[in-house]
Design a protein around this ligand. Structure first.
Ligand SMILES: [Zn+2]
Length: 140
């Protein structure tokens, strides 16, 4: 895996993810970001919400079948899974559990921290060479 410095996502897609996170405050929402990586930039072409198998406010588990189907679909279009998104009922910093999974999935992790309907933050991270690196979000 290479280092990713930026993630480009449409305003519309980011809005959808934030709105879904606000709507489901009692449970972490999650999903996959599909697209391409060019010049250290992850370009999101499609977002896919996936069920949170854990149905938990502090944990998320992407349904393995959905993950597999998304991977196959992306591959057909010459794209790949470039990121994972999920929400937190607090800050958008990766949790200790997230960091463990980031080691296994060194793609972009987009986290939506919802404190309440009016106060939220969005940030993106990648675990690269053992360190958590911030990824700049570019809205288009
Ligand atoms: Zn998390």
């Amino acid at each position: 895996m290479q280092i990713i410095e930026k993630i480009k996502i449409s305003k519309k897609d980011l809005r959808k993810i934030i709105e879904e996170s606000i709507k489901n405050l009692g449970i972490e929402i999650c999903g996959l970001l599909i697209g391409k990586i060019e010049n250290k930039t992850a370009i999101v072409k499609k977002i896919k919400f996936t069920p949170n198998v854990s149905e938990s406010p502090i944990l998320f588990t992407i349904d393995p079948l959905t993950l597999y189907e998304t991977y196959m679909e992306a591959e057909k279009r010459g794209e790949e899974i470039i990121g994972i998104f999920h929400s937190h009922p607090s800050s958008s910093q990766p949790s200790a559990i997230d960091i463990e999974y980031m080691k296994l999935n060194p793609i972009v992790w987009l986290i939506i921290g919802i404190r309440n309907k009016e106060h939220y933050e969005v940030s993106a991270w990648q675990l690269f060479e053992g360190k958590i690196q911030p990824v700049e979000i570019v809205e288009e």
